[in-house]
Design a protein around this ligand. Structure first.
Ligand SMILES: Cc1cc2nc3c(=O)[nH]c(=O)nc-3n(C[C@H](O)[C@H](O)[C@H](O)COP(=O)(O)OP(=O)(O)OC[C@H]3O[C@@H](n4cnc5c(N)ncnc54)[C@H](O)[C@@H]3O)c2cc1C
Length: 415
């Protein structure tokens, strides 16, 4: 009897956000039949990944997009960061990191998620071996001995159900989808009692190519340079204040933002629209099951204090691509899916742990009112400037260049 292979794939990627699409592109040259399932259409205002946030891309992320041949398009739509200034309101410690001193062209690049999304999705459309199911929601996963079976519900005007099957499932559905729980994977979830409000403003003193992060007693404000001399801000503040700030008038909002950030960029004005994000840390207890593996926010949903979540997720993508490639090269993909997922989970452990401790530690240190912690804050910032080894290590971590790096994160293409 002839089998219908139309709905059978080598790999299915659950979630077509920033990480899911990057994953599909990373393995697109391996000769696999790939399916990608995304529940929200790209042009919808509520698309949760390709939204109005600005993302600071690290050097390892830049390397990866270079290796995939799409960096030039992303670079043209992004703004380089040539200096980072970190300060703590009311304390003497501050730190300044510059691209010149680090002998690099830029410390990172800022791109608006929606714009990054257009480049990634345009590239995705050019790949013949990737079938996109959108708008379709994965409503159940059944892991069998040799295949994963997924049930999909279409989200268009005439809802219908369908089934697709795959040898391997890559879960890139973000921190809140619940797909990890469907697979029996629990997660450590910490609610920070903080929210982030993002938006953009014009500054009296041009931000040029500088990024600022300012901590104050109950939150932090980051300013990132974007096009047309505007600055994107991420204001992290206690959750009992955020609703009022979201509903405040433009004048009151700018007044409060200015009061917390200070006059380093002169007067702030011309506020764009504001968007609100509750902040949590979600860390899956395991990265794999029999035939499924977690990447990106599905594995680690970090606090944005260090602007590292997407960069960390891209290193998941590059590592998993390396593990898959090794077995394809040996002709062992079908037999060694368990090994691929095992190798991936072992390789990613250290980077996940370090970034988890680092971001959670920053939130706790800068969220504490205790005077001894205040001293640590000052010393930490001074340490960055005055202890060369410490500074070097910090910069390498921020640029995503520490530890054993997979091929794409080093900028090496597969062909
Ligand atoms: C305010 C803020 C600022 C940030 N700034 C930075 C930064 O500067 N640098 C940085 O590196 N990181 C940053 N991050 C983190 C970064 O945004 C995330 O790490 C990144 O969006 C994760 O992408 P993802 O694709 O894993 O998950 P998501 O963006 O959550 O995408 C998941 C996708 O899966 C889809 N999906 C969910 N469930 C299903 C289902 N059942 N079926 C089908 N599809 C499904 C969703 O519709 C979505 O498109 C920031 C985060 C925040 C909140």
């Amino acid at each position: 009897m002839k089998k219908n292979n139309q709905n059978r794939f080598d790999v299915i990627i659950a979630g077509g956000g920033m990480i899911g699409v990057s994953m599909a592109l990373a393995i697109s040259s391996f000769g696999l039949k790939i399916g990608l399932v995304e529940k929200v259409e790209r042009d919808e205002n509520n698309q949760p990944s390709f939204d109005d946030r600005s993302t600071a891309l690290s050097r390892s992320s830049q390397n990866m997009f270079e290796a995939l041949g799409i960096w030039e398009k992303i670079r043209q739509a992004s703004t380089p960061i040539r200096a980072i200034h970190v300060s703590d309101k009311g304390r003497f410690g501050f730190s300044h990191i510059s691209a010149k001193e680090e002998k690099v062209e830029a410390l990172g690049y800022v791109v608006i998620n929606r714009v990054l999304g257009s480049v990634l999705l345009e590239e995705l459309e050019s790949k013949n071996n990737i079938t996109v199911f959108c708008p379709e929601t994965i409503i159940s996963i059944d892991e069998k001995e040799k295949l994963c079976e997924l049930k999909l519900r279409s989200e268009d005007k005439n809802p219908s159900m369908s089934k697709i099957k795959s040898k391997m499932l890559i879960v890139a559905s973000g921190a809140k989808s619940g797909l990890h729980r469907m697979l029996g994977i629990g997660a450590n979830e910490i609610k920070y009692s903080q929210d982030a409000i993002i938006g953009n403003v014009q500054t009296e003193i041009p931000i040029d190519n500088r990024a600022f992060e300012r901590f104050y007693e109950s939150g932090s404000i980051a300013f990132l340079p974007i096009e047309n001399n505007r600055s994107a801000f991420i204001w992290v503040l206690p959750d009992n204040q955020s609703r009022a700030m979201m509903n405040s008038s433009e004048e009151d909002f700018i007044g409060s933002l200015q009061e917390k950030f200070g006059m380093r960029l002169g007067n702030l004005n011309n506020l764009g629209s504001r968007v609100f994000y509750p902040l949590t840390l979600t860390q899956a207890y395991r990265l794999k099951t029999k035939r499924s593996v977690l990447v990106g926010n599905a594995a680690n949903g970090l606090h944005p204090i260090a602007a590292q979540g997407f960069n960390l997720g891209l290193r998941d993508v590059a590592t998993l691509a390396d593990c898959i490639f090794s077995e394809i090269r040996e002709g062992n993909f079908d037999e060694n899916i368990g090994k691929i997922m095992n190798d991936y989970a072992i390789w990613r452990k250290s980077d996940h742990q370090k970034l988890g401790y680092f971001t959670d530690g920053l939130v706790k240190i800068f969220g504490s009112k205790h005077s001894s912690i205040g001293i640590i804050r000052n010393l930490g910032m001074l340490g960055l400037d005055f202890i060369p080894g410490f500074r070097r290590l910090f910069v390498r971590h921020t640029m995503g260049l520490a530890g054993r790096l997979p091929r794409l994160s080093r900028g090496v293409p597969y062909q």
